[in-house]
Ligand binder design. Structure first.
Ligand code: MN
Length: 388
């Protein structure tokens, strides 16, 4: 019973940040399949994020992506979010969708392009000031396709210079979260390909620069929980972009492809008490719902994170520590597996009832009639999607 209470407490404290772009139309490079009722502007994206928060009680912030979420008045957008019961989360910069960025953004050999890219990063901090956002999230598509195309070392110098200028513009309570990705769109060398590169730049920048782990951005078989443990120990884990994958950067629902991996990650988090909001780790979703209905998929994703967290909190820490100390390999592994194999759904249903929520948020959404409402109301105009 004591462990169950601890699991409920761990989950209750956990906020999952949803992404504005996940509510919009998305697809692959082959096809975007539009869905009815999809938001037409950032205000409607925030409305959808607020629905997810109302039903789960666990998604209090929504990340924006600039320029996809460009508006004239960011203060008004933040006020709209507050009226809907949510807040603006991380501001995600976009320096990959302009013709100028063919050979890179902040690492481009052309100083004029680098200036333009860095100016965009600075503009994103202006938007943070206007919206109350605390996190600037950076992912660079920069890299090269062919050996010899550019100097790998010079590109690192250019990257460091742009990051330093941007870091210097941050307010005292703002952070820079630097994401990495193994490959794609660059296929030979990527300028921030792994956690080590991100970590090294963040270390040089200072305390408020931290690494963000997108779970889909690694080579197959990478032990992500090792990265989590290492960065936590170094005080350099800023947050996650949660999603799941079978092959590359699939951006499927977190916990869908490999719930055991998500559990192992959350075990590292919970065993370091890093799920405590005071620790400042941002648990964000970065997913694309290309063929499934978006809002229920995002609700399901929040629940998947909650389930993994509850299981991680159910690990008998004393028994695990004793087994590890005693060199009891099977006992230690068994302790972990007992927690993973526990069905935590009844426990979480009770927790939601205690919070005044529906025990089954996905079913509650289906019953709510919300989808029919947005399908009928959001006609005319242009649906939001990549590049809009
Ligand atoms: Mn990401």
């Amino acid at each position: 019973m004591r462990h169950e209470d601890a699991a409920k407490a761990a989950v209750r404290g956990l906020g999952v940040e949803t992404a504005s772009w996940a509510y919009a139309n998305s697809g692959t490079r082959f096809k975007v399949f539009p869905q009815p009722g999809v938001p037409r502007d950032p205000y409607e994206k925030i409305d959808d994020a607020a629905v997810v928060h109302r039903l789960t009680g666990a998604a209090p912030t929504v990340a924006l992506h600039i320029p996809w979420d460009e508006v004239d008045d960011y203060t008004a957008l933040a006020a709209h979010a507050r009226d809907q019961g949510v807040r603006i989360g991380a501001i995600n910069a976009n320096v990959f969708q302009d013709d100028d960025y063919k050979l890179g953004s902040v690492t481009n050999p052309d100083p004029g392009v680098r200036r333009k890219a860095t100016d965009h990063l600075l503009e994103c901090i202006d938007i943070m000031d206007a919206t109350g956002s605390k996190d600037l999230k950076l992912w660079f598509a920069d890299g090269t396709n062919y050996p010899g195309q550019d100097s790998i070392r010079a590109r690192q110098d250019r990257l460091a210079e742009a990051l330093a200028e941007t870091y210097g513009r941050l307010g005292a309570d703002q952070r820079m979260l630097l994401e990495y990705k193994l490959f794609e769109p660059a296929f030979y060398s990527t300028d921030v390909p792994d956690w080590g590169t991100s970590y090294a730049h963040c270390l040089q920048l200072g305390e408020r620069a931290q690494v963000v782990i997108d779970t889909g951005h690694h080579a197959p078989g990478t032990n992500i929980e090792f990265i989590v443990a290492f960065l936590l120990r170094a005080g350099k884990l800023g947050g996650f972009d949660f999603n799941s994958r079978f092959y590359a950067d699939d951006d499927l629902m977190v916990g869908a492809a490999d719930p055991f991996q998500l559990f192992r990650i959350m075990h590292e988090i919970v065993s370091a008490d890093a799920h405590d909001p005071a620790q400042g780790i941002a648990f964000m979703l970065d997913q694309c719902h290309n063929i499934e209905p978006k809002i229920p998929a995002i609700i399901r994703s929040v629940l998947n994170v909650q389930e993994a967290t509850a299981k991680a909190a159910l690990v008998d820490a004393d028994a695990l520590a004793k087994a590890q100390q005693d060199g009891d390999v099977l006992g230690a592994n068994g302790t972990l597996m007992d927690a993973f194999n526990t069905d935590v759904r009844p426990l979480l249903a009770t927790m939601r009832e205690d919070q005044g929520l529906d025990p089954d948020p996905v079913a509650a959404y289906e019953r709510s009639g919300h989808f029919e409402t947005i399908r009928d109301q959001r006609v005319g105009g242009e649906q939001a999607g990549w590049g809009a």
